[in-house]
Design a protein. Sequence first.
Lengths: 81, 323
Amino acid sequence: MSQQDIQAPFPGVFYRRPSPDKPPFVEEGQQVETDSVIGLLEVMKQFFELKTDEAGTITAFQVEEETVVEAGQSIAVLEVK
Amino acid sequence: MTIDVIKPGLATSIQDTGRQGSYHLGIPPSGGMDQRSLRAANLLLGNPEGAAVLECALMGPELRFKESRCVATCGAEMTPRVNGEAQPLNEVFRVPAGATLSFDFVKAGARLYLAFEGGIDVPEKLGSRSTYALGSLGGLDGRPLQAGDQLNLLPPSAAAREGRQLPEALIPQFSKHYMLRVVPGIYDHRLTDESRERFYEEDWTVASEADRIGYRMKGGSPLSFIEREPPFGAGDDPSNIVDACYPIGSIQVPSGSEPIILHRDAVSGGGYAMIGTVISADMDWVGQIQPHQKVRFVPVSLEEALAARAKYRKGMEVLRQMP
């Protein structure tokens, strides 16, 4: 077991849902595959999908919906088996 | 010689010193938003100063080199890596054949300029290789890079020298709070006195939608315009004017709420009052401001703006003379 930080690759606004009336991409405690989308980062009128590099469990989100994040800031914690 | 684009980054586009002389036809200059850094990267390599480079906004691309080439990166601080090994910014280094060039997260600034020995080979459109994405003109098929693209390079000039560095004094120092000098006018008489003064006294936050077309600002007090009967041809909103030309750098405030600084991909005209123009010497800085960072506008006279432009040009001369 190891823990991975999923970091913001650039500064932007973080969203956990594909749109305001949809459920979050993943819930805390949910198992995910490699390349699973865990949220969106918005900047310059573009939405960028944040994906997992490995399979595992998303144990925690470090930021709230619609938080302004800096490049490199931790977004979520992925526990890899 | 081909470079494979494995990952394009966020908004990576081919840019040079821009396309002058067509703005009156609606074609903006485009070109690198931070011209000083674009030119510095080319000059380091011994390229023509206006050779086409990659402008990498907020997140760098991942590229595979089929042949060995020297490159230089200037502007935003994103550590370059060759096959994972960190390389210096503001210095010429070689990427071996078959190697992958990638970048770390941006630490400061917003746009990195990646120049290749020889420069990028795409056809010139209206005298420039710059990408104008809104008009699908120039660059690679008139758009930002995509995964799977291939870039051709012009023959190397043999002038590139590995390890050549930009002198410390010529490296821009990025901040999180910028002072941008503005020549007020030509429509600021439309603002109330109180509103005009307050505009220059408040901090503005760069909105997340700030891009090559314009930098939108939030967080300051809404501006109020003087009541008037709209002249023939102007819209009903108090911020409307009879359509006029928009200079690059001009600041418009649609409905008085969020000022927008037009940059190098701007539309050439429209019906919003311009309350001032960011001076040419400070436009490179605008291109290096990250979304959510702060800006204060500082009013200056036309004489001060011209003196700043002369100083900027002298700085460019120093860059051209660097050892």
